[in-house]
Structures are given as C-alpha cells and as structure tokens.
Design a protein. Structure first.
Length: 117
C-alpha cells in the first residue's frame, strides 16, 4: 500500500514539475557578433503565449519587434494588452522581456524580427 502511494506521489510530482517548467519557459534572443537584429520563427499553440528575453547594454535602447502573423499579439511592459504586427519599447540595462500571445483556438506559425538600437 505504501509503495503504491509512493509511486503515485512521484508520478504526480513529475507531472507537476513538467507542467510548471513549460509555463515559465523563456526563449533568449541572441544576436550574431556585430549585429543588432535577428529573425526567428516558431509556432505558438492555441490559447497560449511564449516569452522572450533580450539583453540591453544600457537604459534607453529601443527594441523593435515585428511579426508576420497578424493574429498574434506582441506584449511588453509598455504594451501589456498586446499589439498586432509590430511593437517598440524602451529598455533598461540587462534582461528585458516581451512575448507573443495567441488568443485563437488554433496554433499559429510565425516569423519574428527583433532589433535593438
């Protein structure tokens, strides 16, 4: 009986940890040496979002994000409800987060360009 409960407990904890890791997953944006922009692509599941992190060297740099999927919303600290198509926000020194939100009932593939100036 105790062995069976232990197995269930371990299984429950494993599922719980796997779910929480996915909820807080972030994608770090990296630029090639000497470049200030990059393009990435991917798919965001239905009713889901993905968070990205871009590093700024100093306060006041401008990050511009554009995405080719008009149904996706770009959200950041300056646009918490999201904007379609493109968005810009001012950075602070260090890591800066933004994300893509898919409010639809279908997965959406995207191509996104990020630049820092």
């Amino acid at each position: 009986m105790i062995k069976k409960l232990s197995v269930y407990f371990v299984l429950l904890m494993t599922i719980s940890l796997m779910t929480s890791v996915e909820l807080y997953a972030q994608t770090r944006i990296r630029f090639a040496k000497g470049r200030n922009s990059t393009t990435i692509s991917g798919t965001i599941p239905a009713q889901s979002n993905r968070t990205f992190v871009v590093r700024a060297g100093w306060n006041g740099q401008i990050v511009r994000v554009s995405v080719n999927a008009p149904k996706l919303k770009i959200f950041s600290s300056e646009a918490p409800k999201g904007e379609s198509g493109s968005s810009s926000f001012e950075t602070y020194s260090g890591d800066n987060e933004f994300g893509l939100d898919n409010p639809t009932n279908r997965p959406i593939s995207y191509k996104m360009t990020i630049s820092v100036r």
